[in-house]
Design a protein. Structure first.
Length: 238
């Protein structure tokens, strides 16, 4: 992301305007998917700078739709054994919570309640700018405590990405979010609960919008029912 933003700023030469943004996208010679990555990076940067309005009306590049990858428990475990202790904890943090990698990267320990095994995603770090909660298995809390005791951040995204590539992992941090959503659905958690945990809006579903609004205590109740089934044998890798 930093490389994409740096390239945009060099192109802009200190003049960030709607016209410059459009000219930058026209200058890109890359695939639609890569252009979409540039679009998202620039939009996130401008939001941080309070200039998101410059992107109004600029539509993201269209990328041909493909079936989403299916991520299995076995694939997560296969990659888990390739990593160091700390990186394993970070992978499991993403797999158990469904956090977007950038949300997890921006967490502080004050957001992580290790006693209640609950994580608060502050509005300022959430993609939709709305505060929400997610949870971790009670048996996993001790692993996070060890990371905290050593004075490390909950997750160092760039380091994790680099080690996963270097060790030949097939899964990426982003795919761990897909794993979480797919896994909870397979375990029978209602889709409205999965959406609330993962920070997805109800969309155009009238039922979700008008009739189904679970409290966070209800959401936690559903999560606790399956917390040990998300990755049943994860403890064997520590």
């Amino acid at each position: 992301m930093r490389r994409r933003i740096r390239r945009f700023l060099v192109f802009a030469g200190g003049r960030v305007s709607r016209e410059v943004i459009l000219d930058f996208f026209l200058s890109l010679r890359c695939s639609p998917k890569t252009k979409l990555h540039y679009y998202r990076s620039i939009k996130q940067f401008l939001r941080y700078m309070g200039l998101e309005y410059l992107m109004d009306g600029i539509k993201p590049p269209r990328v041909p739709r493909r079936d989403p990858p299916i991520v299995s428990v076995e694939e997560v475990l296969e990659d888990l054994k390739k990593l160091s202790f700390r990186r394993r904890v970070e992978v499991l943090l993403l797999a158990f919570t469904g956090l977007r990698p950038w949300e997890a990267y921006r967490l502080d320990w004050s957001d992580v309640d290790l006693e209640r095994c609950r994580i608060r995603i502050r509005a300022e770090i959430a993609k939709d700018c709305e505060e929400r909660y997610t949870f971790i298995p009670r048996s996993f809390s001790q692993m996070l405590s060890k990371v905290k005791e050593h004075g490390y951040k909950p997750l160092k995204l760039y380091t994790l990405q680099r080690e996963m590539r270097r060790r030949g992992c097939r899964i990426t941090p982003k795919l761990l979010r897909k794993f979480f959503i797919q896994r909870l659905e397979k375990l029978g958690i209602p889709r409205s609960i999965v959406k609330k945990l993962s920070g997805h809006r109800p969309g155009d579903d009238v039922y979700d919008q008008s009739y189904f609004n679970s409290s966070w205590s209800d959401v936690e109740m559903f999560y606790r029912r399956v917390e040990e089934e998300i990755i049943p044998s994860w403890k064997d890798y520590f």
